[in-house]
Design a protein around this ligand. Structure first.
Ligand SMILES: *[C@@H]1O[C@H](CO)[C@@H](O)[C@H](O)[C@H]1NC(C)=O
Ligand SMILES: *[C@@H]1O[C@H](CO)[C@@H](O)[C@H](O)[C@H]1NC(C)=O
Length: 663
């Protein structure tokens, strides 16, 4: 199931996101500037931006050893001092050994450890300016310096042997004489100095040691200073130095620089966001995939549940038909082989099947694209299984498996009525015998009994909705068996074959005219269809013909009525009978057929009356000489009181008309 394309896609997207996350987070990881020089070789010169400075004798000579000179040297890679986006600042420790050799007496002027974004040396920065600024760039240049001043140039300087922290200026914000710390900058001795910046506490500290860097002790100077307020995010680190009237060698013999990023308190670390957002997205996608998977699983399960539920519901009904396995029915019908096809109706295709005991059955395979849903299937199986009448096709069993809905009926060896009454429609070359008058009469009576049963005798009134010759099956003795009954009310089949008005099931030619107004199947519409069936069985012809799509001309009613008007009604009887029929009986049945096809539904006899007419208990109803015009809304004749009226025509205009008529 994980090879499903949807899941593959989600998987691929998640993978890409994860990769992107890793790449982004690696990119945003702070590039901490770290380097270490225990001495400087000429080859190291490429690592530095040298401005009037040089590497000589394994040391950095910050400024030229001439009068009134200044110089700078900067490490070529900048330090990410702070990062607003990520909310980080860098702490660093810069440890170096300086050696200042006076060339005059005294020497001058001094050197400094600097942080700046500028890679140029300001002109005229010699002498007291120590290469840090010049007279015009004071407070304009982004530079912070820790000076090692060997000359008291003005009154602001403590003495000629001090360290100080300078911000954009040469006047220190804080300074400390080294005399009390036992150090003499001008002594030509190696002095180890360490500048430590703690970004968390915004503190810069200066340590000085004459012996070794392990022996730093307490800082000689500490100052509160937030470098990010005075310097841009990227700065270069290095040294500056100068000489003036007096000259000295400003040398750096070794240099270690270590920096590391520090999260600034209170600010959101955006690195985490970079990692978290894709992580959340991946989780959401994963959840989505999981839901899809669950839905897929549930759908599979639902089918099983459906089956169980349906089974329960069917078993609840009194006379439960047998449940068949799909396997059995597949085997019985040769896997629904076309050769076993008995016919196809609105609801599906019917196949002939042979069960184990050489028992023939008719298997109706319900079309999957009909609206014959689960509910309809239950309705059909339960309602059919409660109906028992010798003129109804018996339901033997059912099957609902793997979305297949199947109904198993008893097999009718003589097939459906239509192939016997419609002469020229035999598809195979078998000669179809003409049904005798007695057989025809018997068939009509059988259908009438079945319909009377459905309408009046069973627990719940059943309206057939689709009475037609092809739904009348014939058993081995040519007894009529009504099939396709109890079919779901809601089924609407493909609109072409079925109706011109939305919502009614039925077959053109058999549909009562009011159907097109009410869109409802009623007892009266069943009776109309029965009337048409009588006429076609007696006449041996189809009820009419399709003149164009959605316009079915039910001419058989007109034709018979015309003969009724002319008094030649028995002329319509099937010529194949060779006049071998009971003329009075034929006349009676034909008039009954016309009465059932009365355009006014209120004038049609009930099935009970129709059955009594057929059995000779009651005379045929009188039928007007001329076929009455169809009127809508139909008027109930005041004199006629029919016991089945109230429950048959339901709702709408018909009921209203009935109330007006005084009932
Ligand atoms: C100070 O330095 C800047 C930058 O190098 C320069 O443009 C300016 O002329 C200098 N000022 C003086 C007074 O030399
Ligand atoms: C520092 O050393 C220099 C050179 O040896 C010397 O001239 C100077 O007096 C010393 N300063 C102090 C305060 O000892």
């Amino acid at each position: 199931m994980f090879s499903h394309p949807k899941f593959m896609l989600i998987f691929q997207v998640s993978k890409l996101l994860l990769q992107a996350t890793l790449i982004i987070s690696s990119l945003t990881q702070i590039q901490c500037l770290n380097f270490s020089y225990s001495s400087f070789s000429p080859a190291d010169a490429n690592d530095f931006v040298r401005l009037n400075s040089s590497i000589i004798n394994n040391v950095i000579q910050i400024s030229p050893v001439t009068a009134d000179a200044s110089g700078r040297i900067l490490y070529k890679e900048p330090l990410k001092l702070w990062d607003k986006l990520k909310g980080t600042k860098s702490s660093f420790t810069s440890t170096f050994v300086i050696n200042i050799k006076p060339q005059t007496s005294p020497g001058g002027e001094g050197s400094a450890f600097i942080l700046t974004d500028s890679t140029t040396l300001p002109s005229n920065s010699a002498g007291q300016w120590l290469g840090i600024v010049n007279v015009s760039t004071i407070n304009r240049q982004d530079i912070v310096a820790v000076e090692f001043d060997t000359r008291k140039s003005d009154s602001e300087d403590l003495d000629d042997n001090h360290v100080g922290v300078d911000v954009q200026n040469i006047y220190s914000i804080k300074q400390e004489s080294l005399a009390s710390h036992g150090a003499n900058l001008s002594s030509s001795e190696d002095i180890t100095a360490r500048i430590q910046y703690d970004a968390k506490s915004d503190k810069i500290s200066v340590f000085v040691s004459l012996t070794s860097e392990q022996n730093m002790g307490n800082p000689v100077l500490s100052a509160e200073l937030d470098l990010s307020e005075h310097l841009p995010q990227d700065v270069f680190v290095g040294f500056s130095g100068s000489t003036g009237e007096y000259v000295q060698v400003n040398a750096v013999k070794s240099w270690d620089f270590i920096s590391f990023e520090t999260r600034v308190k209170g600010s959101v670390n955006l690195v985490w966001l970079w990692i978290l957002i894709p992580f959340i997205v991946v989780i959401l996608l994963g959840g989505f995939a999981y839901l899809l998977y669950r839905r897929y699983k549930n759908r599979m399960k639902e089918n099983d549940n459906d089956e169980l539920e349906i089974e329960k519901e069917i078993q609840r009904s009194s006379s439960a038909p047998q449940k068949f396995r799909l396997k059995e029915l597949k085997a019985a019908t040769g896997n629904f082989n076309g050769n076993n096809k008995l016919g196809s109706g609105g609801f599906g295709t019917v196949y002939k099947g042979i069960l184990r005991k050489d028992e023939f059955v008719a298997v109706k395979r319900i079309l999957k694209n009909t609206r014959h849903g689960k509910q309809d299937f239950i309705a059909e199986v339960t309602s059919i299984s409660n109906l028992h009448h010798k003129n109804l096709v018996k339901l033997l069993g059912w099957c609902y498996e793997s979305n297949e809905l199947l109904l198993v009926y008893e097999f009718m060896p003589n097939g459906s009525l239509d192939k016997f009454i419609f002469t020229n429609t035999s598809p195979n070359d078998t000669i179809i015998p003409t049904l005798t008058w007695e057989t025809r009469h018997n068939i009509i009576c059988g259908v009438a009994r079945a319909l009377d049963y459905l309408h009046n005798c069973c627990e719940k009134r059943v309206i057939h909705r689709d009475i037609k010759a092809s739904n009348i099956m014939l058993d081995s003795e040519f007894n009529a068996r009504l099939g396709d009954f109890g079919l779901a009310r809601t089924i609407q089949l493909n609109e072409k074959t079925h109706h011109s008005t939305k919502g009614i099931a039925g077959t053109p030619g058999y549909m009562a005219p009011e159907c097109f107004h009410t869109g409802k199947a009623t007892v009266e519409t069943d009776i109309y269809a029965f009337g048409v069936l009588i006429l076609e069985v007696v006449c041996g012809r189809k009820p009419g013909h399709q003149t164009e799509e959605n316009n079915y001309n039910c001419s058989i009613v007109e034709w018979v009525w015309e003969h009724h008007r002319m008094g030649t009604i028995t002329d319509v009887v099937d010529f194949r009978l060779d006049k071998d029929f009971d003329k009075d009986q034929a006349q009676c049945i034909l008039v009954l057929g016309l009465a059932c096809c009365h355009p006014n539904p209120f004038e049609r006899p009930s099935m009970r009356i129709a059955l009594q007419v057929l059995t000779g208990e009651v005379a045929a109803p009188t039928v007007p000489i001329e076929k009455p015009a169809f009127m809508w809304p139909a008027m109930a004749p005041i004199a006629v009181i029919r016991e089945d009226m109230d429950s048959s025509i339901s709702g709408g205009q018909l009921t209203a008309t009935m109330d007006l008529s005084g009932r």
